[in-house]
Design a protein. Structure first.
Length: 251
């Protein structure tokens, strides 16, 4: 039985707290656009790990959350809600992420390749990896105190990510932490649209900006590496603004 399928209808935007939340939104959105999260689980999903950061991140964290939720034998509504709460998933990506979650949950394949690849890709950004651990701790505890099978799973993921003991302690202490209230610039100003713009107009503007500024688009151009790095920050702000607007408008 798929609890996810019962919950898809009312989903809008979900976030991981802090600036990393916007990066997560960009990752899920891009992975959904290129089909990486809509692949049959197994060899195709593993192949996505060899792609860019976006698709690898989206696939890896979804697989890890699903397998953690199943670690105690049963996946329930509270664990899925915790996954939604701590990761920002664009509304248009919900069905694909849900499908991957269900496939990963039911597969006997191990989690290690996904956690290891995630650690390799973000070895230069341990704060992101620690945020992932915080979210996974929250998923594990969503249905009650952590069981030994869940602790063992989390320890294995932590080891694969290459994080130190202090990061384990910090992540464990933040179990159940809620994302902070949203602050920051006016999301409409970030997108360059009026608050009176229609839903269709705002969505179209967001898509245009994503195509224009996505790092993969700029990577091959002159000065591509530095330009792509700057664009990644821009994409994060664009996605954060779009997600706030979706929640405000209940899109």
């Amino acid at each position: 039985m798929s609890y996810w399928g019962k919950l898809v209808g009312g989903m809008a935007g979900f976030m991981m707290g802090g600036p990393m939340g916007a990066v997560v939104g960009a990752a899920f959105g891009h992975a959904a656009d290129n089909g990486s999260v809509n692949l049959p689980f197994g060899a195709s999903a593993r192949a996505a790990l060899s792609g860019g950061r976006d698709q690898a991140f989206a696939v890896a964290v979804t697989v890890l959350a699903a397998k953690l939720a199943k670690a105690d034998g049963v996946v329930n509504r509270a664990e899925i809600e915790a996954f939604k709460l701590h990761f920002r998933i664009p509304a248009e990506s919900v069905k694909d992420i849900g499908r991957l979650f269900d496939q990963a949950r039911d597969s006997a394949e191990g989690y290690e390749p996904y956690a290891t690849r995630l650690g390799e890709l973000y070895m230069d950004n341990p704060a992101m990896l620690e945020d992932v651990m915080v979210a996974l701790f929250a998923v594990g505890r969503a249905d009650g105190p952590l069981k030994q099978s869940e602790v063992t799973f989390l320890m294995g993921v932590h080891r694969c990510l290459g994080l130190g003991k202090s990061s384990w302690e910090r992540a464990r202490e933040q179990i159940g932490a809620r994302p902070p209230r949203e602050t920051g610039p006016d999301p409409y100003a970030v997108l360059g649209v009026s608050r009176s713009a229609t839903d269709r107009e705002v969505r179209a503007t967001w898509r245009d900006l994503m195509r224009k500024y996505h790092p993969d688009t700029l990577a091959g151009q002159e000065g591509g590496e530095s330009m792509a790095k700057s664009a990644a920050d821009k994409v994060a702000r664009i996605n954060a603004a779009w997600d706030r607007i979706k929640r405000e408008r209940k899109l």
